[in-house]
Write a protein that binds this ligand. Structure first.
Ligand code: ADP
Ligand code: MG
Length: 264
């Protein structure tokens, strides 16, 4: 496997937002964490590594359109050339569309296939303070590439029954990625999403998750809010769509937490 070069001090900190469960808030968290970091004056790149392209659709009006992360992974275009600009939030985007499904098969024979994305991002990470990677709801080639490319992993956990289900598998995958990278452990932060303060269920889940995962759980919880689900329909982040709402506030506080741990 290709050696991943040591991070320079002024290189972007790369976060992968990952959980193989679908619908837990990965994409919403990617987009709004990125928007909140950008609002803090940070230079932010979002890499959409989900062939569903939801983050791209949210951030770029008219969707991915051209280029994007598919060509970058295939080595046809440089990451810098493939970047598109989000008009509203000032975020750069390496977009995805359904073509990305094919890349797993197309890159099947190559050596170090888990580190393809890591290699492709090397040249541009010094242009940003943060790179946030959205990942698909499966633990295949793309998600592994996201984890290998990342310095840290942000795991959204939805406040629902069986919230911890599947996490053991995710943790095992993180251990495997740590071994690949020659690290003892992948640094991570869990964040509770879709918290509903009116229900006992949410508070039960919070207690359980904090009991099991302790200090690695973000203090901020993302509340369930209708504006969150609405925002992509307007082509906006939640921070643009409902700047003073509880979810926007929560994503801003999460961004502070993320920024604070990023250099530790
Ligand atoms: P994933 O990327 O993990 O599949 P998404 O970010 O797409 O999950 O979220 C799944 C669904 O839940 C989406 O329809 C999204 O709009 C909704 N959602 C996510 N977070 C919230 C929230 N805080 N409040 C209300 N709806 C939310
Ligand atoms: Mg998603």
């Amino acid at each position: 496997m290709r050696m991943i070069s040591k991070t320079q001090i002024d290189d972007a900190v790369i976060w992968a937002v990952a959980n193989q469960k679908g619908g837990v808030g990965k994409t919403v968290t990617t987009v709004n964490l990125a928007a909140a970091l950008s609002a803090m004056g940070k230079r932010v790149l979002v890499v959409d590594l989900d062939p569903q392209g939801s983050a791209s659709n949210n951030l770029l009006s008219g969707g991915a359109g051209w280029g994007g992360v598919y060509g970058v992974m295939r080595g046809e275009i440089g990451a810098k050339e493939a970047v598109q600009k989000d008009q509203c939030a000032g975020i750069d985007v390496l977009a995805a569309d359904e073509d990305l499904v094919a890349v797993e098969v197309e890159l099947v024979g190559i050596v170090g296939r888990e580190a393809v994305l890591a290699g492709r991002l090397e040249g541009i990470r010094r242009l940003y303070d943060y790179v946030v990677i959205d990942s698909p709801p499966t633990m295949g080639f793309l998600a592994i590439n996201a984890l290998v490319a990342a310095d840290r992993v942000l795991v959204p956990i939805q406040c629902e029954y069986m919230a911890l289900e599947g996490l053991t598998r995710l943790m095992a995958t993180l251990d495997r990625v740590a071994a690949l990278k020659g690290l003892e452990r992948i640094k991570r932060m869990y964040v509770l999403t879709m918290y509903d303060q009116r229900t006992n269920l949410s508070s039960d889940v919070v207690r359980e998750v904090r009991e099991h995962l302790g200090g690695e759980v973000a203090k901020t919880m993302i509340p369930r809010a209708i504006k969150v689900a609405e925002a992509p329909g307007f082509g906006r982040t939640v921070l643009d769509h409902d700047p003073w709402g509880a979810a926007s506030l929560a994503y801003r506080v999460l961004a502070e937490e993320v920024a604070n741990v990023s250099r530790s």
